[in-house]
Every structure is written in structure tokens, then in C-alpha cells.
Design a protein around this ligand. Structure first.
Ligand code: FEO
Ligand code: CA
Ligand code: CA
Ligand code: CA
Length: 619
């Protein structure tokens, strides 16, 4: 393999500069092409993308706001084996931008939250349906063509999972009072998955989609007996006491599947209204991508919070399954799940996610750390302290973690496990609200605008250990306020901030993706970083090099290669999001990516990256 002129043998490409262009830029010798943009037809009668698409059309098309993603080779059960020319691309769809979605919205009044409303303040039911159907997950059969490009295969395996798809509740919450609703009086079912941010892949080759900022999708207008606050399983997560994020509960047809987003108690008991609807969200959801008729399952043993993603330790026969997940909000926590049953390849399956122990991380000042179990009856999680069952502990995971004294982190986003060393890396994207008095060794900067990446090794390198040792891999930021593993500052080849997506390829190359908020991007001290980007790092030397820059207004998120590592897929989410409502109204779009067609809006899309010499990506 070609070694770069200097530095890490893992990083064989020349760093590219920061960029403010409305383009994808990759290093010399690489090619990047968009694929499966929002609205690409994949099933049913394959409706072509246009602004006039109905809600039903959207249910047959790729969703919006692409995020975490995996490539499942069409054959083979090992992510490092199997076909590299044909597979199922499974993509999360985090949220929607209504101003880009509806033809009618062109002449319609926009609510302050950006969604179109009728004169009476109600919402058009088909617009609500379209927005729900643009959330969730797309499962898309794709294949490489003779000419090297990739295309959608029109196949029965193609599927949309949306904000309306019926799902089973599994694990300790199943059948508990917390999830009994008018829709599911026995507390076993819930409709849909929302705010599907990052993802995970189980050792038995199924897909996990994670529900992140679901709380704002619900409204609870507070009844007399709820004053002064909502129940803690809503208030601790930020369920709205006004209208919800998209106002779906305001659908003018009063359809049950829409008005359920109003969780205000209205009836004598929980089986007659939707007070418990929010308790069906905030979970990790398992989907079998190869069975289009399978019912997705919410795996409640992994806890309820703003789940960013979930990442597994490589499985070991006869040992427990171990997975990590971050709660992406300021001052929230990092968690680890350890299955009760051992992993046995021949029988491994989703049951391993229903029975196990959820731990939360405490990072000590001396570089050691502890995993604190969130188990009913232990560590004071008892009725005397307000915890009455394991279901209660899990539906209130944040409150339980507060109670046991976990370490409040600077917004934990993606995690990644180095396949060579089993070390775990996590991005802490930023936290502008941390004050001097709140600094600790693991979150060492006040007003942490830039973010950092922390890593740890489990004691004795046993994934199910109760202790670990940690250090900081990189403090992101400008040259004057950054630090690599070597102690050196970042420079023009690698300055970045707000690390979010994180993934190790099979050679232990660490890929880092950034998400500078659209409110800060390209402005003031953030301008020097340009548009959001992707970098690659050598985990041993700490060297980092910029590999890709994205178009205007977007974030780069989601990354996977084919098993042969010669095709990489990444996602561009929310291009043009920096366009103000005034610019939007005047027809001045900041981005036209990826279509560059002035008659349509910018669209989230996957990007396929190949090396022109057919080589391994990153070499
Ligand atoms: Fe959806 Fe925390 O990113
Ligand atoms: Ca993210
Ligand atoms: Ca984002
Ligand atoms: Ca983010």
C-alpha cells in the first residue's frame, strides 16, 4: 500500500483545504457522486420526486434529512465480508424542513416554527402525513453498475419505516402502565419512530435506529393536577407545554394518528387518551432489513434518552454483548449495555437486547472511570427514592443517572470501537453553556464551543468491566485552542470543530464528521472552519487529515464502506439550512445542492465516494 510522503501509513491522501463552496470536495484521485436524495422513489408505484408529491407518495420515497447509515451486503453476515457491489443501504431520516416540502406552502402562512398553517391555525392533514412519512428509515437495495455508478434496484426488499409504522415494545417496558395508550391498552405496541439520528448494527446483522430529539414532537398543555410541572418522564426530556415542533396534533381532520402528539390527559384513564404516547419514544429500535414484513421492535432495556447512536464491541463467543450509547444534550451522559445472556453466534438475536444491565459512565479526575448500574433496588434506585420498578428506572433513565452521580458530558454524540484495540471513542460535540465552575477533567473547557473526542479502554480489556481508563484524543478548535494526542495544535490541514459522526473502518482508520450548528456556520470565529467536513485520523499517532468538505448549510453525517473498502457512503444532511426565512421568501436559496435546479429546493442525499484507481478509501 502506498505510504504518504510523511506521517501516518494509514492516511495516504493529501489534506484538502476548508471550503465555503456549494460542492462536495474530496482529495485528488477521488470521485464523489450523490445517490438516493430525499424523494427518490423506491417502492409502491415509484412516484418521481416533485414538490407536489402527496403524503402517500412520500411513503414510497426515500425520506428526508439522512443521518446514520449502514450497508448490508446482499449476501454474507459479516460486515467485513460479503458483496461489495450489491447490498441494502439502510438510512436514518432525522427530521424535516416543512418550508422545503409542500407545494401549497408557497402561498401558505408559516407558523413561527416554520410549518405551514391554515387560516384557522390548523394543519393540512396531507402535509402532516408527508412530514411523518419523511421521518424514519429507508431500506434501499442498491447495486454497482458496469460503468461504476450505483443505482437503486426496484426490489421487494425496499421499504420505508416511518413515524406511523406499527412497532412492538420489548424489554422491561413491555406491558407496563407507562406505555398503555388508547392505541395499545395492553402497552405492547406504539406507532412509528421519530428523529432517527444515528444508528447501530448488531452482531447478528440487524439495524438499530436511535430516537434522539423526540421530546419536542409532543405537546402536553398541562392539566390542573399536573401543575406546576409535567410528569418527570416528560419534563426531564423537554416535552413541550405549548404546540409541538411541527404541530401535527393540529391536523384539521382530527385523525387519531396525528392528534396523539397532544399528550394532555383528557380521559379518565391512560387507556382512553394519549398521555403516555411520549413514553413510546426515546428508545433504540431494531429492524431486520432483510425481512420487509418484520415488525420493528423498541428495545427498552437500552434506556430512554436522546439516543444519538449505539455501537457494539466486536462480539466474543460465550461473552456478553456490550454496546455504548450517548445522550446528546448538554450535561447528559454516556451509557453502556451488557447483556445478561452470552453471545452465541448460532442463536444470537434481539432477545440479547431485552435482558441485561444498563450502566452510566462516571469519569474520575485521575483518568479512571466507573460504570454505575441503573438497576432497580441498587444504588438507591428504590421506592424510598421514587423508583418503583425497572420499567420506572428505564423510562426515567436520565433521572436515574442523575441520582447515581454520573458525569455530565458536553453533548455525547457518536461512539466508535477500534477493531484492533477495543478502545472506545466518543465525540463530545460542544457545550457553550458549561461554566468555569462546572469544568472537570473529562470536560475540561468552559464555554466549549469546539468540542472534543474522549476515549477509554475497559479494565483488562474486558468489554463488560466495571472500570475503565480514559484520556482525551483531541481537543478540537482553532490553532490557538486545540490539542492533538501529540500535544501539538490543529493546523490548516485539520482544524475542525463540533465532532459528531465517528466510525472506524476495518483498518482502524477513524473517520470524524462535523456538525457546526447552522446558526453559527460560516460566521465570526466559526468562519475559519468553512462548511462541515469529514476528516480521517490515525488512532495510534493522533494524526488527523481533512478528507472531504460539504456544500453550504449542511452537516456531514453517516459513514460506511462496502466490505472491500473501495466504495464509501456518507450523508449530506440539511443542505441550505443557513438560508434565512427572508432569503427563502425572496427565492434566494443559499444552496442548490445536489440538483442545482432553480425550480426545486436543496435535498439531503447520500454521497458515493470512490478512488479513481479503485483503491481502498483513505489510502
Ligand atoms: Fe442528531 Fe445529536 O445529532
Ligand atoms: Ca449527530
Ligand atoms: Ca444536526
Ligand atoms: Ca450534531
Amino acid at each position: 500500500s502506498a505510504k504518504a510522503a510523511s506521517g501516518s501509513a494509514l492516511l495516504g491522501f493529501k489534506a484538502i483545504p476548508v471550503s465555503e463552496e456549494d460542492l462536495i470536495v474530496v482529495p485528488e484521485g477521488y470521485t464523489a457522486r450523490p445517490l438516493v436524495a430525499w424523494g427518490t422513489p423506491i417502492s409502491g408505484n415509484y412516484p418521481e420526486y416533485k414538490l407536489e408529491n402527496t403524503g402517500a407518495d412520500q411513503g414510497m420515497q426515500v425520506g428526508s434529512h439522512h443521518d446514520g447509515m449502514h450497508f448490508f451486503p446482499i449476501e454474507g453476515e459479516d460486515p467485513y465480508e460479503g458483496s461489495s457491489t450489491e447490498g441494502l443501504l439502510v438510512i436514518n431520516h432525522e427530521y424535516v424542513e416543512p418550508r422545503y416540502m409542500h407545494a401549497a406552502a408557497v402561498g401558505q402562512k408559516l407558523d413561527a416554527d416554520g410549518y405551514p398553517v391554515n387560516a384557522d391555525g390548523k394543519r393540512d392533514p396531507d402535509q402532516v402525513l408527508k412530514e411523518l412519512n419523511a421521518h424514519g428509515v429507508s431500506i434501499v437495495h442498491i447495486a454497482r453498475q458496469e460503468n461504476g455508478t450505483w443505482e437503486v434496484v426496484r426490489d421487494r426488499l425496499n421499504r420505508r419505516v416511518t413515524g406511523l409504522t406499527p412497532m412492538e415494545i420489548h424489554g422491561p417496558l413491555r406491558g407496563s402502565d407507562f406505555v398503555k395508550t388508547k392505541y395499545s391498552p395492553d402497552g405492547t405496541m406504539v406507532r412509528g419512530t421519530l428523529n432517527n439520528c444515528a444508528h447501530g448494527v448488531t452482531p447478528w446483522n440487524t439495524y438499530l435506529t436511535c430516537e434522539e430529539n423526540w421530546a419536542g414532537y409532543f405537546s402536553n398543555l398541562k392539566t390542573e393536577d399536573q401543575k406546576p410541572s409535567l410528569p418527570r418522564e416528560q419534563s426531564r426530556y423537554g416535552v413541550s407545554t405549548g404546540t409541538s415542533r411541527y404541530g401535527w396534533e393540529l391536523a384539521s381532520n382530527g385523525a387519531d394518528e396525528f392528534i396523539r402528539f397532544n399528550a394532555t390527559p383528557t380521559a379518565a384513564d391512560a387507556t382512553q387518551d394519549y398521555r403516555n404516547e411520549p413514553n413510546g419514544f426515546g428508545w433504540v429500535v431494531e429492524i431486520d432489513p432483510f425481512d420487509p414484513n418484520s415488525t420493528p421492535k423498541k428495545r427498552t432495556a437500552l434506556g430512554r434518552f436522546a439516543h444519538e447512536g449505539v455501537v457494539f464491541q466486536p462480539p466474543v463467543e460465550g461473552q456478553p454483548v456490550v454496546a455504548y450509547s450517548g445522550d446528546d444534550a448538554r450535561f447528559e451522559y454516556i451509557y453502556k449495555y451488557v447483556s445478561a445472556q452470552p453471545y452465541v453466534k448460532a442463536t444470537a438475536g434481539g432477545h440479547l437486547l431485552d435482558n441485561g444491565t444498563l450502566y452510566v459512565a462516571k469519569f474520575n479526575e485521575d483518568g479512571t472511570g466507573e460504570w454505575l448500574p441503573l438497576v432497580f433496588g441498587q444504588n438507591g434506585l428504590t421506592p424510598e427514592n421514587g423508583f418503583n420498578s425497572q420499567a420506572d428506572v428505564l423510562v426515567n433513565t436520565r433521572t436515574a443517572a442523575d441520582f447515581v452521580g454520573a458525569t455530565k458530558m458536553d453533548r455525547p454524540e457518536w461512539g466508535a470501537v477500534d477493531p484492533k484495540t477495543r478502545m472506545v471513542y466518543f465525540t463530545l460535540t460542544n457545550n457553550s453553556r458549561r461554566e468555569e465552575a462546572q469544568i472537570d477533567a473529562a470536560n475540561p473547557r468552559a464555554k466549549n464551543n469546539w468540542g472534543h473526542i474522549i476515549r477509554w479502554k475497559e479494565a483488562n480489556n474486558q468489554p463488560n468491566a466495571k472500570q475503565f481508563e480514559w484520556d482525551i484524543f483531541v481537543l478540537a478548535g482553532p490553532p490557538e485552542d486545540s490539542r492533538k494526542l501529540s500535544g501539538e495544535a490543529l493546523n490548516e490541514d485539520n482544524i475542525f470543530n463540533s465532532p459528531d459522526g465517528l466510525w472506524f473502518d476495518a483498518d482502524s482508520r477513524l473517520w470524524i464528521q462535523t456538525d457546526i450548528s447552522e446558526s453559527l456556520m460560516n460566521k465570526d470565529e466559526f468562519a475559519q472552519f468553512g462548511n462541515n467536513q469529514m476528516l480521517a485520523a490515525d488512532p495510534e499517532t493522533g494524526e488527523i487529515r481533512r478528507f472531504l468538505t460539504g456544500p453550504i448549510g449542511q452537516e456531514i453525517t453517516g459513514v460506511i464502506t462496502t466490505p472491500d473498502q473501495r466504495t464509501m457512503f456518507i450523508n449530506v444532511q440539511h443542505p441550505g439550512a443557513t438560508t434565512t426565512d427572508e432569503e427563502f421568501a425572496a427565492g434566494n436559496q443559499k444552496s442548490r445542492w445536489p440538483d442545482f435546479d432553480n425550480n426545486i429546493y436543496p435535498r439531503s442525499a447520500t454521497v458515493v465516494i470512490t478512488k479513481n484507481d479503485g483503491g481502498i478509501i483513505g489510502t
